[in-house]
Design a protein around this ligand. Structure first.
Ligand code: NAD
Ligand code: IPM
Ligand code: MN
Length: 357
């Protein structure tokens, strides 16, 4: 197969982890006889520095013209000035919106070999297998916002907005995924307080009742979900929720696996290229030290091959290689629990050794 894959290394540890995923992609191409045309483009803080824009139009065009996109992470303290004209994160939000990537799939699966890496007790995290569907192009991230003078100083607002159609399309995808897994769908909202959540709950319930009446369906308030997620995570199968709730709950959920450095994600729309990234950020606290765990990005590469290129077998090979490396006891510092650890590159070397074997 021929495929054009755009790499957006970004900032901080982004380039460090994307470099490892690139090695994995090249290895898969060689082993399976595919031709992947990889090209790197500026995005995020580095693009603000060089072009005054976190998503230069040439980068956006390259993304639109690709089969799939792999992103590291964007952002960092250098670009955190609250009065700055633009921010690295604005580029990522624009990319998601422009490509209509309304569904962000975030699998949270615990590894037997890593049970001890979780701060939670083994009997809680063993066997966890949750697939989050985070709505990605609506909600409070994209509602109107304002800032103006106020008698006490200033006043600011960020609006959380959802339409019936936006809720229906993400719930439909999540429910369809549930049918192919544990047949259990949980919708998370804050309908006891927010009008927008009452609409979410109604629209979600209607879609499930009309189109997926055979799926076991329940609703949970987001505050309680934050608690259930770490007290009884095994009770969940597919979870669907809005943009901000999904952002927060999945960072929390990463602790079930032991590290933010383990969770990949796929952002997809109705058609066109998907965007694949680790759920973590640019980790400025460890950038440039060879400490970043590359596995989340390597696993995001597997999701890219599966969802955008239809290469299920190759995706599974990467996931199996990651399993094997963890089973063999290799760890980066974030999952080493104080034991011996490998650098970013050395960890990827181990994955590549398995893929070449
Ligand atoms: P972060 O996810 O970058 O880091 C949180 C903590 O997790 C840090 O202690 C970090 O060292 C650790 N961590 C993250 N990824 C790791 C990895 N692969 N291996 C080992 N440890 C890892 O979150 P933050 O510090 O709140 O944000 C830093 C910047 O990243 C901010 O500018 C934020 O906006 C941005 N961000 C970007 C994305 C993205 O590009 N998709 C996602 C989240 C945050
Ligand atoms: C993520 C990040 C982004 C988000 C930021 C960087 C815009 O936290 O991908 O989870 O909030 O969506
Ligand atoms: Mn996040």
């Amino acid at each position: 197969m021929d495929a054009k894959i755009v790499l957006l290394p970004g900032d901080g540890i982004g380039p460090e982890v994307v470099a490892q995923a690139e090695r994995v992609l090249n290895q898969v191409a060689e082993t399976a006889g595919h031709s992947f045309e990889l090209s790197s483009h500026p995005m995020g803080g580095n693009a603000i520095d060089d072009f005054g824009d976190p998503l230069p139009s040439a980068t956006l065009d390259a993304c639109k013209d690709s089969n799939a996109i792999l992103l590291g992470a964007v952002g960092g303290p250098k670009w955190d000035d609250p009065n700055a004209k633009t921010r690295p994160e604005a580029g990522l939000l624009k990319l998601r919106k422009e490509l209509k990537l309304f569904a962000n799939l975030r699998p949270i699966k615990t590894y037997k070999a890593l049970l001890e890496s979780s701060p939670l007790r083994q009997e809680i995290v063993e066997g966890v297998d949750i697939l989050f569907f985070r709505e990605l192009t609506g909600g409070i991230y994209f509602g109107g916002s304002s800032r103006s003078p106020h008698e006490s100083g200033e006043v600011a607002s960020s609006e959380m907005v959802y339409s019936t159609g936006e809720v229906e399309r993400i719930v439909r995808l999540a429910a369809a995924a549930a049918k192919n897994r544990g047949n259990h769908l949980t919708s998370v909202d804050k309908a006891n307080v927010l009008e927008v959540s009452r609409l979410w709950r109604q629209a979600a319930g209607d879609v499930v009742a009309k189109e997926f009446s055979d799926v076991n369906y329940d609703v949970v308030l987001v505050d309680a979900m934050a608690m259930h997620l770490i007290s009884r995570p095994r009770d969940f199968d597919v979870v669907v929720t809005g943009n901000m709730f999904g952002d927060i709950l999945t960072d929390e959920g990463s602790m079930l696996t032991g590290s933010l450095g383990m969770l990949p994600s796929a952002s997809i729309g109705e058609s066109g290229p998907g965007l694949y990234e680790p759920i973590h950020g640019s980790a400025p606290d460890i950038a440039g030290q060879g400490l970043a765990n590359p596995l989340a990005t390597i696993l995001a590469t597997a999701m890219l091959l599966r969802h955008s290129l239809g290469l299920e077998e190759e995706a599974a090979l990467i996931e199996k290689a990651v399993d094997a490396v963890l089973d063999a006891g290799f760890r980066t510092k974030d999952i080493a629990r104080g034991g011996e650890s490998l650098s970013t590159t050395a960890m990827a070397d181990k994955v590549l050794e398995v893929l070449k074997a």
